[in-house]
Design a binder for this molecule. Structure first.
Ligand SMILES: [Zn+2]
Length: 222
């Protein structure tokens, strides 16, 4: 491994697997920066940077922001002062093989791609158990954080509801779309020997330990 950032990671995983949590834990543990491209894009647009203004033009026209613009933002973030000296973790990008190739062409090297895998049934149990309070927004879960009386908000007593997004059919459809879209990318990184699969349904601290273990292995092998 050459000079430059010490940890360069990509985190994949279906919606609901806790990528955001892992990105935050890795950031704390390794002192690396977490780059969620959705947030980065919104931030650059809000600050009206050159790339933000370019992106805004596409968004206003209702079209996708081109990969070069997003990659330009990622590159800027990695090089920003006091930013990602120790490394970075990308969340939300790349989503396609073309984007992965574009990253490589832009000289953004990757050391490890972590795929947080979940069983469909387990993630459905996790997501469909979520109940929210329509009045104050508080979130409950029938298994992990149940309301005291099982049906009403502990804070304001409103009857809890299941969001449309958390209905079983919606969750299944979303998972399928995710898997179909991600499969080529998973294959792409596996062929390069960069992919590590981690069981994403464990407690967050255990998931983190598994990620740190594969990271150590990667670093001793290279
Ligand atoms: Zn409430």
């Amino acid at each position: 491994m050459t000079d430059g950032p010490r940890y360069r990671l990509i985190l994949f995983g279906p919606p609901g697997v806790g990528k955001g949590t892992q990105a935050r834990l890795l950031q704390q543990r390794l002192g690396i920066c977490s780059i969620a491209t959705g947030d980065l894009l919104r931030d650059e647009v809000a600050r009206k940077t050159d790339l933000g203004l370019q992106a805004a033009r596409f968004m206003e026209a209702g079209s996708l922001v081109p990969d070069e613009v997003v990659i330009g933002m990622v590159k800027g973030r990695i090089r920003a002062q006091g930013g990602c000296g120790a490394g970075f973790i990308l969340d939300g990008f790349p989503r396609t093989v073309a984007q992965a190739e574009a990253l490589r062409a832009a000289d953004i090297g990757i050391d490890l791609v972590v795929y947080l895998r979940v069983s469909e049934e387990a993630i459905i149990r996790r997501l469909t158990g979520r109940k929210i309070c329509p009045s104050c927004g508080r979130v409950f879960h029938v298994e992990y954080a149940p309301p005291a009386d099982g049906a009403h908000c502990d804070s304001c007593s409103a009857a809890l509801i299941t969001r449309e997004d958390d209905q079983e059919a919606t969750v299944r459809a979303r998972l399928r779309v995710y898997e179909e879209k991600t499969a080529p990318l998973v294959r792409y990184y596996r062929e390069q020997g960069l992919l590590a699969t981690v069981d994403g349904m464990q407690e967050p601290e255990h998931v983190l330990q598994d990620i740190l273990t594969v990271l150590r292995q990667t670093r001793t092998e290279s």
